[in-house]
Design a protein around this ligand. Structure first.
Ligand SMILES: [Ca+2]
Length: 496
C-alpha cells in the first residue's frame, strides 16, 4: 500500500514538475516572441465586406474634383481608399450593369441587355459575388437596391432580386415613395423613374428610403458584428425622382448651377445611333434643365450623408480595421452634355462611374488612373478574401493596383449599350474613347481624344491624321468583343 502511495506521490510530483517546466518554457517562449510550433495559431480573422452601391451616380462628387457638389463622406472614404479615376460600367443601364457586376461576367456572356431579363435565365447555376461569400461561411445580406429594382415603382419590394445570394434582405420604403404625389415631373409624359423629376421634401433624412437603408444597414452590422459578413447596402438616390430633404436643395442656389458648355455644331459629327435623348434635352428650356441639375446635386449630397452614417457606425462598432469597403455606382449620368440626359449612351459621362476600394492596412488616400471595369470587382474581392473563383470570370483582379495604383495595366475598359436592335460598343484607354455602332460600325463610329477634348466635342474618326490610332483601337475593341462573346458556363451535369 505504502509503495503504491509513494508511486502515486512520485507520479504526481513528476507531473507537477513537468507542468512547471512547461509553464517556464511557455513564459520564456513568450518573452522571446517565438510561438510553440505545437500550439495551433488562432485562425486569421476573416475580412468583412461592406459593399455600397449607388444608383445613377456620375462622378459629380467632390472627391472626383467637382467644384460645386458637396460629398464630404465620399471624400472621407477616398482618404482610406484607392479611388479609381477611370472606372467604367459594362452597360449604362441598371439591370445589365448590375447583373454583370454581380456575376463577374460581361453582358455578352450573360446576354442581359435590358431591364426585363433575369440573369439566371441564361446562367442558372452561376455563383454570384454575395453567394460566393455565403457559400464560404459568410453572413450575406442586402438592404435596398443591389440587383435590378424598378425605381421608384419597386421600392419596398424585393425587385428583381436573386434570393440565392442572401441570408437576409431588407426592403425599406420611405416618404419619397409614399408621398409621390408631391413630386414635380418636368417631362409629364415620361414615368417617374425615367424622367427629370424632383421634390424638396419635408421631414428628416431618416424618413426617406435612403435614410432607412442606412438605418437598417447599421442595425444589421450591430446584430452581426461578431461573424464575418458581406453586407450590401444599396442606395436609390440620385436616381430620378430626385427627392431629398429641403436643406439639401438650399445648398445649391439655382444661380450657381451652370449648364454644360455645348458648341452650336457639337451634334453634327455624332452618329444618330449615339443619341438616347431625342430631341436634344427633350426640348426643355435652360431654366428647367438647371432645376433638374440642382435637384440631382441635392439628391447626391443627401445620399452622401447616408453613406456617412453607415461609415460612422462601422467605425463606432470597431469594425473598420477588419472590413473592406467597396463603393460603386451602376453607371454614369448625362446632365445635358450633347443634349443627352440620364444614361444609355456611350459618352464618357454615362459610362464612367465613381469607384473606390478601401482595404484595412492597405494603401490609402491614393488615386489610380488605370482603366478599370465594374466587372473587376468580383475577382478583386475574391482574391482579397482568399475565396476560390470560377476561371470563366470576365474581369481581372485589381489587387495589383491596390498595392501600386500606377502599376502597368494595359487592359482597356469595354462598355456597350443596345439601341433598339443594334448594339453599340465602346472602349476606353487612358487616352482615347473609340465607339462602333452596330457590327463593324455600320451605324457610325466615334473617336475622341479624352486628354485634349474631355468634353468629347470633336469626333476624330474621319480625320486622316488619326488613322493609325483608330485602326489600333478598332483591333482592341474587336479582340475584346471576341473574347467576351463566348458561351456562358454550362449547367452542371448533376442536374441532367
Ligand atoms: Ca441605375
Amino acid at each position: 500500500m505504502i509503495t503504491i502511495g509513494m508511486k502515486k506521490f512520485v507520479c504526481s510530483s513528476a507531473k507537477i514538475m513537468l507542468h512547471i517546466i512547461m509553464l517556464v518554457a511557455i513564459v520564456l517562449n513568450c518573452k522571446n516572441g517565438s510561438a510553440d510550433p505545437h500550439i495551433p495559431k488562432p485562425e486569421k480573422k476573416k475580412y468583412n465586406v461592406l459593399f455600397i452601391a449607388v444608383d445613377d451616380l456620375n462622378t459629380d462628387v467632390s472627391s472626383y474634383g467637382h467644384p460645386l457638389v458637396k460629398t464630404p463622406n465620399f471624400d472621407r472614404l477616398a482618404k482610406r481608399s484607392i479611388q479609381f479615376n477611370r472606372a467604367y460600367c459594362q452597360f449604362p443601364l441598371c439591370n445589365p450593369s448590375r447583373a454583370s457586376l454581380m456575376t463577374g461576367l460581361n453582358p455578352d456572356v450573360i446576354k442581359v441587355y435590358d431591364l426585363a431579363k433575369f440573369f439566371r435565365k441564361t446562367i442558372p447555376d452561376v455563383v454570384t459575388l454575395p453567394q460566393l461569400f455565403k457559400n464560404n461561411g459568410y453572413y450575406s445580406a442586402r438592404v435596398g437596391k443591389i440587383y435590378h429594382y424598378g425605381v421608384p415603382n419597386d421600392i419596398g419590394t424585393n425587385g428583381m432580386d436573386d434570393s440565392l445570394s442572401w441570408v437576409q434582405r431588407v426592403n425599406p420604403i420611405g416618404r419619397d415613395k409614399t408621398e409621390e404625389n408631391k413630386i414635380t415631373n418636368l417631362l409629364p409624359n415620361r414615368g417617374l423613374g425615367s424622367t427629370l423629376a424632383y421634390l424638396a421634401a419635408d421631414g428628416t433624412d431618416e424618413e426617406q428610403t435612403d435614410g432607412k437603408v442606412a438605418t437598417e444597414a447599421i442595425k444589421l452590422m450591430q446584430q452581426n458584428k461578431d461573424k464575418p459578413f458581406f453586407l450590401a447596402v444599396g442606395f436609390f438616390r440620385p436616381h430620378s425622382p430626385y427627392v431629398a430633404p429641403k436643406k439639401y436643395f438650399e445648398m445649391y442656389p439655382l444661380e450657381k448651377i451652370t449648364l454644360p458648355n455645348e458648341p452650336a455644331d457639337d451634334l453634327k459629327d455624332i452618329p444618330d445611333a449615339a443619341f438616347f435623348t431625342k430631341p436634344p434635352n427633350w426640348g426643355l428650356d435652360e431654366a428647367k434643365r438647371k432645376e433638374a441639375i440642382r435637384a440631382y446635386y441635392a439628391a447626391i449630397t443627401f445620399m452622401d450623408a447616408q453613406v456617412g452614417r453607415v461609415l460612422d457606425a462601422l467605425d463606432n462598432l470597431k469594425l473598420g480595421d477588419n472590413t473592406i469597403i467597396v463603393l460603386w455606382s451602376d453607371h454614369g449620368y448625362n446632365l445635358g452634355q450633347h443634349g443627352q440626359w440620364m444614361k444609355q449612351s456611350l459618352f464618357e459621362n454615362s459610362a464612367r462611374v465613381p469607384f473606390m476600394i478601401s482595404v484595412p492596412q492597405g494603401m490609402k488616400g491614393k488615386t489610380s488612373g488605370r482603366t478599370v471595369e465594374l466587372v473587376d470587382i468580383y475577382p478583386t474581392l475574391a482574391e482579397l478574401c482568399n475565396l476560390p473563383v470560377s476561371k470563366t470570370l470576365s474581369g481581372r483582379s485589381l489587387v495589383p493596383l491596390l498595392k501600386n495604383p500606377d502599376a502597368v495595366w494595359s487592359k482597356p475598359a469595354l462598355t456597350q449599350v443596345q439601341r433598339q436592335k443594334l448594339m453599340g460598343r465602346s472602349i476606353r484607354t487612358e487616352r482615347w474613347r473609340y465607339t462602333e455602332w452596330d457590327s463593324a460600325g455600320k451605324a457610325g463610329i466615334e473617336l475622341y481624344d479624352e486628354q485634349n477634348d474631355p468634353g468629347e466635342i470633336t469626333n476624330l474618326y474621319n480625320n486622316e491624321a488619326y488613322e493609325k490610332v483608330r485602326t489600333d483601337l478598332a483591333k482592341k475593341l474587336h479582340d475584346l468583343t471576341i473574347k467576351t462573346v463566348i458561351e456562358p458556363p454550362s449547367k452542371s451535369k448533376t442536374e441532367d
